[in-house]
Design a protein around this ligand. Structure first.
Ligand SMILES: Cc1ncc(COP(=O)(O)O)c(C=O)c1O
Length: 368
């Protein structure tokens, strides 16, 4: 037997499965890269903002130097936007970094973290990586059951993850439900409110989670530049919490966890209201386009508040994998969700109108 390295809980981790890269699908299925449509990673189909490109070109001149490890300028831009002091902000290498930092800072072996069934895969990874116990609370209508999550808290619970909207199901929790939850969670349990898709919420769904951070010292809100801001490849996100939390995250983060190009691009994107509005508009139009097609095809889907839709493509547990493979052969990359316990479903990221149309045409052929 070869030597086994590392603790059991690390060996037990199932690696994160991301969306397949376009180049890989082109190689595997002998397709032209230019013909491939990728609707698999909830990226921004409009690409990155021009304003961010310009900022990056300027930042390129300084790449021989380390980034500003404290992200002074980006924090200043966030301070101006969210009206919180700079020491309430933690920058992350993507918001995944913030989620992982929380697991490292607030959990240890012998303690537990709570998250919902069908919720973002990184919660499970982050909890397992520190040897803590996961309490997975059954979903209600594919979303979080906050009453059940509150009831699941045990003496050793130290961390709770809530995604709003949730990935991969797109479900949304109204503000009042979250507020009631926060008011009842014990103050020594840290709540991570993961708002990676917040910028896609409709006007009637929007709420002020940052004002909750001012009231609840055990709350951290995480956001990202990967989705509506169109900067997924740069890896930049942030968390907002009171200094008792940020101080701990700051102790364990890598000193230069956000690179200088990412910082420069994020400042530009944050202030590019036009790009953000356009992203939200393209998304809501794409949502209508996809869901109309699902209705025509009589396919069940979960109403989504994010930039993706979970759709049931068959009634047997091989359906998701089968339809996914058939779509790949036609150059359409979507996301299978069997690893989430949803083998009959696929998650489709909302694309540009022509990308959505290509996907819908391929889906019709595959299901015919
Ligand atoms: C719910 C949720 N949180 C966080 C993330 C992490 O995104 P990033 O690390 O790119 O900020 C994602 C990405 O898919 C997500 O779906």
């Amino acid at each position: 037997m070869p030597t086994q390295f590392g603790p059991d809980y690390v060996r037990a981790i199932a690696p994160y499965q991301g969306g397949k890269p376009i180049a890989e699908v082109a190689r595997e299925f002998s397709l032209d890269e230019a013909s491939i449509v990728k609707l698999a990673s909830n990226e921004n189909p409009s690409g990155m903002p021009e304003s961010a490109k310009k900022a990056m070109l300027a930042a390129m001149e300084e790449l021989a130097r380390y980034p500003d490890g404290n992200g002074f300028d980006l924090k200043a831009a966030l301070v101006a936007k969210y009206d919180v002091p700079a020491d309430w902000i933690t920058l992350g290498n993507g918001s995944n970094d913030i989620l992982e930092l929380c697991a490292h800072a607030f959990l240890q072996a012998g303690q537990s973290a709570i998250y919902a069934q069908y919720s973002f895969a990184v919660y499970a990874l982050a909890v397992q990586a520190v040897g803590a116990r996961a309490i997975v609370v059954p979903a209600k209508n594919y979303g979080h059951d906050l009453d059940a999550m509150r009831a699941a808290i045990t003496d050793d619970t130290r961390l709770i993850f809530i995604a709003n909207p949730n990935n991969p199901t797109g479900t949304f929790l109204p503000a009042a439900e979250i507020e009631t939850f926060l008011a009842h969670v014990q103050s020594h349990v840290v709540v991570v409110l993961d708002e990676a898709y917040n910028e896609f919420l409709s006007a009637d769904q929007q709420y002020e989670s940052i004002s909750w951070v001012k009231r609840y010292p055990n709350l951290i809100v995480s956001r990202t530049f990967s989705k509506a801001y169109g900067l997924a490849g740069l890896r930049v996100g942030f968390g907002i919490a009171q200094p008792t939390i940020t101080d701990l995250l700051n102790r364990i983060r890598q000193p230069f966890n956000v690179n200088s190009m990412a910082q420069a691009a994020a400042i530009a994107a944050l202030n590019d209201k036009q790009f953000l509005q356009q992203s939200a508009r393209i998304n809501s139009e794409g949502y209508r386009q996809l869901t109309q097609a699902f209705d025509e095809l009589n396919l069940e889907y979960v109403p989504s508040s994010g930039n993706f839709v979970l759709v049931r493509v068959g009634s047997d547990d091989g359906a998701g994998a089968r339809v996914n493979l058939a779509l790949l052969k036609k150059g359409i990359i979507v996301r299978p969700t069997a690893n989430y316990g949803l083998p009959q479903w696929l998650r489709i990221s909302i694309g540009l109108p022509e990308e959505n149309a290509q996907f819908i045409a391929a889906l019709k052929l595959v299901l015919a």
